[in-house]
Ligand binder design. Structure first.
Ligand SMILES: Cc1ncc(COP(=O)(O)O)c(C=O)c1O
Length: 388
């Protein structure tokens, strides 16, 4: 191949996901016989619920798995609409429900449907790294807005207004509960942010992928405060279906047809087998609540033990399955810290620069979506590590 051929500049704008690199490194150590506590990846340790797997088995035995409508199987869209009535008390017309390939697929469709090239879109720092990468890959400009203790570690209307004054924003993407912190926005905070977006005439996108995983208070959907908000959700986290790649959106009516056209051409339809399986997930609450109780136990352990061993600065860990810790008392280089922690104690954690390019060197994220035993080993190993 000619050496003149080069990957695109837009692909160069996509940075690697360091937590995945840590996972690969942990895998190498594991294959060499080391025991590793997996605290690096944000995915449930449990398999998909039994009802989900049974539905998929039946569908496989029935035989034909064909394309579905680009917007998703009507029965699944109806079931998602019913979930809004049951869980939030919000009526959602089925026409505004769209099934997607995970929330990751939803972001691509939504960004393409809402924004023209070069548009500035505000995201929070710390935040989920794929937002920045997806926006950059699509020729959009991610605008990091730092969150702080004074603002409750969430995006505030004042910070959004300030960024908009620098140069106009086209949209704001908020998440609650958040990754990497688990911090949640209450109804007042969500309402204020949505109102600001409306006043500024910019899109408001709410990533609600960690809904269902709140420990102290009930999560609020942005749909409850703004019927025009773009809601993005997924079966990956609460429903334990990461590998099935199904998510959904609730869209304002004006975006439905543009998104349908994009989906038709970009991937035709979400895998039908996964859609059939996902429909059964809404009936698996009993099993899922047991899994959630396991996360709650892990969380309680970390919230009690981390401060005891000197990790006292944690962002509010209201939901999701993460503890995001300020470790600046111990290091100014969280990448090196995590590398040594893995090598010396067999604990795999995610260094902060994934989530916050500016302040991340002082932070580390621990995911407690795995086993209690791994959380226990993490506390013990960290204690040895910090003393040593
Ligand atoms: C905040 C957030 N949004 C979206 C995703 C993507 O999830 P999926 O594409 O599996 O739905 C993740 C995955 O970790 C996440 O943490």
């Amino acid at each position: 191949m000619s050496s003149l051929l080069q990957p695109s500049r837009r692909s160069a704008a996509v940075s690697p996901f360091i937590a995945m690199d840590v996972m690969a490194e942990a895998g190498i150590l594991e294959r060499a016989g080391r025991a590793i506590a997996h605290m690096e990846v944000g995915q449930p340790g449990a398999p998909a619920p039994r009802l989900v797997r049974e539905a998929a088995k039946r569908a496989l035995e029935d035989g034909r798995i064909g394309y579905t409508e680009a917007l998703g199987m009507m029965s699944l869209r109806e079931r998602i609409a019913r979930h809004y009535a049951d869980h939030y008390g919000i009526g959602v017309p089925v026409e505004r429900v769209v099934v997607t390939t995970g929330s990751s697929g939803a972001f691509i469709l939504a960004f393409l449907a809402m924004f023209d090239p070069g548009a500035r879109v505000a995201i929070s720092a710390p935040g989920y790294p794929a937002y920045r990468n997806t926006l950059a890959a699509l020729g959009l400009e991610p605008v990091d807005i730092e969150t702080h203790a004074a603002g409750g570690w969430v995006l505030t209307p004042e910070a959004v207004e300030m960024a908009h004054r620098d140069a106009p924003l086209a949209g704001v993407l908020a998440m609650s509960p958040a990754n990497p912190s688990g911090t949640m926005m209450d109804r007042t905070q969500l309402e204020a942010l949505a109102k600001t977006c409306r006043r500024l005439g910019i899109w408001f996108i709410s990533d609600e992928i960690y809904h269902g995983l709140a420990y102290e208070k009930k999560e609020v959907s942005a749909l409850a405060v703004d019927d025009n908000a773009v809601i993005i959700n997924s079966f990956s986290k609460y429903y334990c279906m990461t590998g099935w790649r199904v998510g959904w959106m609730i869209l304002p009516e004006i975006l439905v047809r543009p998104i349908e056209r994009l989906a038709q051409s970009l991937y035709i339809s979400v895998p039908k087998l996964s859609q059939i399986a996902a429909e059964a997930a809404f009936d698996a609450t009993e099993e899922l609540e047991i899994i959630k109780a396991g996360y709650a136990k892990n969380r309680a352990l970390l919230l009690k033990e981390l401060p005891r061993i000197g990790i006292t600065e944690l962002l509010p860990c209201d939901g999701a399955f993460y503890a995001y810790a300020d470790i600046s008392r111990f290091t100014n280089d969280s990448m090196g810290f995590c590398k040594r922690l893995l090598e010396e104690q067999g604990i795999a954690g995610a260094p902060g620069p994934d989530f916050d390019p500016v302040r991340g060197h002082k932070f580390m994220r621990l995911s407690f979506a795995g086993t209690y035993d791994d959380c226990l080993k993490t506390v013990e190993g960290l204690e040895r590590f910090l003393k040593g």
